[in-house]
Design a protein around this ligand. Structure first.
Ligand code: MTE
Ligand code: MO
Length: 219
């Protein structure tokens, strides 16, 4: 695996955390969890609606995006599962693939429509025998980015491990070779260049979540 660019700690943020607001945010997480309907689909668009050029966002400039050699890359799925497995890209492509034209909404105030294809996260979690009663699914990335979601959202039909953008392998800035695409949540939950998925009951937080962003981050 080749990773060009030193991103660790490029930007440190003053702490946004404030105890009273944390409690409001935890309350919001619980309300959103109760309101979340796993059968309600995010709005879908037409291929002609796809935004061009699609915007890049990360906690560092685009030229630092991790360059991963696809043939070396493996996605490790571990934690509360029956059988640990490292998936190659071709193994992920062997699952039935889904395509979606949906909107990615960034908390920083922009949104864009894209066309992503890949394997439903539910297929991969079922394959490894994930403990479906576990609370969290955590994503760890090649650039040390992290995020996590609830199990209900992980099994939403539009939650996919995207391998393609507009019918071609994901470009480097958009999370090659594999990113989470979850249109029911804000952009920062859409982990790019994933290297590890962990099923856990220990609250994993995430890069932005640890700095005060609301954890559930549902739309
Ligand atoms: N690995 C990684 N994934 C990430 C980020 C990041 O910095 N690193 N940024 C997140 C944020 S805040 C947004 S809005 C989207 C942007 O995705 P895009 O570059 O495809 O537009 O990626 C998310 N996933
Ligand atoms: Mo974002």
């Amino acid at each position: 695996m080749t990773f060009v660019g030193g991103t660790a700690g490029v930007m440190s943020f003053p702490s946004l955390r404030e105890p009273a607001l944390d409690r409001v945010s935890d309350f919001n997480d619980k309300v959103q969890d109760v309101l979340f309907d796993p059968t309600t689909l995010a709005q879908v668009y037409e291929p002609s609606d796809v935004t061009s050029p699609f915007p890049f966002n990360a906690f560092y400039p685009e030229s630092y995006a991790p360059r991963i050699q696809g043939s070396d890359w493996r996605l490790s799925v571990d934690g509360l599962i029956e059988k640990q497995h490292d998936f190659s890209i071709s193994e992920l492509r062997a699952f039935p693939q889904e395509t979606q034209v949906t909107r990615l909404i960034c908390i920083e105030g922009w949104s864009a429509v894209g066309e992503w294809s890949g394997v439903p996260l539910s297929s991969v979690l079922n394959f490894v025998g994930a403990d479906l009663s576990a609370k969290f699914v955590e994503f760890r990335c090649a650039d040390d980015y992290r995020t996590s979601i609830d199990m209900k959202s992980a099994f939403h039909p539009q939650t996919i491990l995207a391998l393609d953008f507009l019918g071609r392998s994901l470009p480097v800035p958009y999370g090659a070779p594999c990113r989470l695409r979850i249109p029911t949540k804000l952009g920062f939950k859409n982990a790019k260049s994933i290297t590890e998925i962990r099923v856990t009951n220990v609250y994993p937080g995430g890069y932005w979540e640890d700095q005060g962003y609301n954890w559930f981050a549902g739309l």
